[in-house]
Design a protein around this ligand. Structure first.
Ligand code: ATP
Ligand code: MG
Length: 427
């Protein structure tokens, strides 16, 4: 029988080294925040995404700092140290401290005394264990001091290393406090999970899934979009589909194979893993589906437009040969054209690794871009057409001819065709 190890594993030792050397932690701006709190005699520790991601060798986004100092104390100590302060989430104990333009979210240690499935009434505490206990997953309750020494009261490090996304305490209770944790569970599994998803956690999500409808659409949308671009998104979506949670979130049946194909195409062609295209592949069949999903998740106008463009892609003749592709590229513009190529391919029976017409279509903008229409209204007027709606009509007819003729450049030919159209207005 293998002996039970007591010390840290090799991987854990390497991760801890990386944490102690983390650029964001050694950054003088971050250290100044620690200085400011220490000047009042208060300890402080980084916690959450920055610590977790650094331990995994991933990019750290924002830095969250926990401290027993009360919010008012945090504000006065940081002001005295010449740092900027904003009372961004005062009722939950969070102050944004700005040090050399970089924001740090400093939150007073707390426990949640009353929760309503969304918002908590909090009580501040000096107990690190209590603060850890109100967080969602063990891997999110790893603290590190200003030198990179960790405080890990719930064993989050070993869970993180083996890819085990585990609720702190009772999964059902934690979910009832905030139903967003259902989606965070799947998002963290998609991002950090190895092997199978935690069974207790999954069962609790299944039992409590109806609570998702209490959440604000924005919070749900933001979590879903992060999930869709995570490395194991497909695995997380499989489980979500098996429990019906996907439909509660998007309102539509998931097409998992198409989602995976689109993601593979984005990878193959070095495109960014855009969540809107992935959402379109997953949950829409048409532009009207896209509009419905966009309203359900309260997406921004820009996100909605992209989702509609993607959902609108057809698999028909548009991409069959180069002249059809050129017309589509001209009509849609480069970005929308590429989005529609990828979506049309994902919806077709053509495999991801094939090198046929879809591949040529995607590579077209690198070889050829349409010029702009060679004439303006003033050119039509200078041929004797009186200013007015007829000028626009002539230009539209000219454009149709020019596009169908394959975007010719020969000036004489272009002028001759324009004259023909102008003459026709005089008949
Ligand atoms: P990311 O920034 O990648 O979303 P994060 O873990 O830093 O990840 P934040 O929203 O910045 O996420 O939250 C910081 C920490 O606060 C988390 O790591 C977690 O400990 C805790 N937390 C955030 N949201 C919740 C929640 N809904 N329930 C419980 N704890 C939460
Ligand atoms: Mg964070």
């Amino acid at each position: 029988m293998a002996e039970k190890k007591t010390g840290p594993t090799k991987a854990e030792v390497a991760a801890l080294k990386a944490l102690a050397a983390a650029p964001w932690l050694k950054d003088a701006r971050c250290q100044r925040v620690f200085d400011a709190l220490e000047a009042g005699g208060y300890p402080a520790r980084a916690v959450g995404g920055a610590v977790r991601n650094t331990l995994m060798g991933l990019e750290a986004a924002d830095v969250d700092i926990a401290t027993p100092a009360l919010p008012q104390t945090v504000m006065s100590l940081c002001r005295a140290a010449g740092l900027g302060v904003h009372a961004t989430g005062l009722e939950h104990g969070t102050i944004t401290v700005v040090s050399g333009r970089a924001p740090y979210e400093v939150t007073t240690l707390r426990r949640d005394i009353e929760t309503h499935g969304r918002h908590a009434t909090v009580a501040f505490t000096e107990d690190w264990q209590e603060d850890a206990g109100r967080r969602d997953f063990t891997m999110n309750a790893i603290y590190c001091d200003r030198h990179g020494g960790i405080h890990d009261p719930l064993g989050g490090l070993s869970d993180l290393m083996v890819g085990h996304v585990r609720f702190i305490g009772s999964a059902v209770e934690r979910i009832r406090e905030d139903y967003l944790r259902i989606l965070r569970f799947f998002r963290f599994f998609a991002t950090y999970g190895k092997g199978d998803i935690d069974r207790d956690g999954l069962q609790a999500c299944l039992n409590e899934r109806e609570g998702l409808s209490q959440l604000s659409a924005e919070r749900v949308g933001a979590e879903l979009l992060k999930l869709l671009i995570a490395p194991r998104a497909r695995d997380a979506l499989d489980v979500m589909a098996a429990t019906g949670i996907d439909r509660i979130v998007t309102g539509h049946r998931s097409d998992l194979a198409r989602f995976e194909k689109l993601a593979a195409l984005q990878t193959r062609f070095g495109r960014p893993p855009d969540p809107m295209l992935r959402l379109a592949a997953l949950a829409t069949q048409s532009a009207s589906d896209a509009r419905a999903v966009a309203s359900r998740l309260r997406l921004s106008n820009a996100q909605r437009s992209l989702l509609v463009v993607a959902a609108d892609a057809r698999t028909d003749a548009q991409f069959d040969d180069e002249s059809a592709q050129r017309i589509a590229l001209y009509r849609f513009g480069e970005e929308a054209y590429l989005v529609q190529c990828l979506m049309a391919w994902a919806r077709s029976k053509t495999p991801v690794d094939e090198d046929g017409h879809f591949r040529k279509a995607i590579e077209l903008p690198a070889r050829w871009l349409p010029g702009s229409l060679p004439f303006k209204g003033s050119d039509v007027v200078s041929l004797g057409v009186p200013p007015g709606p007829i000028v626009g009509e002539v230009l539209r007819q000219f454009e149709d001819w020019w596009v169908e003729a394959g975007f010719p450049l020969d000036r004489k030919l272009l002028e001759a065709q324009l004259s023909v159209l102008v003459d026709a207005t005089r008949q």
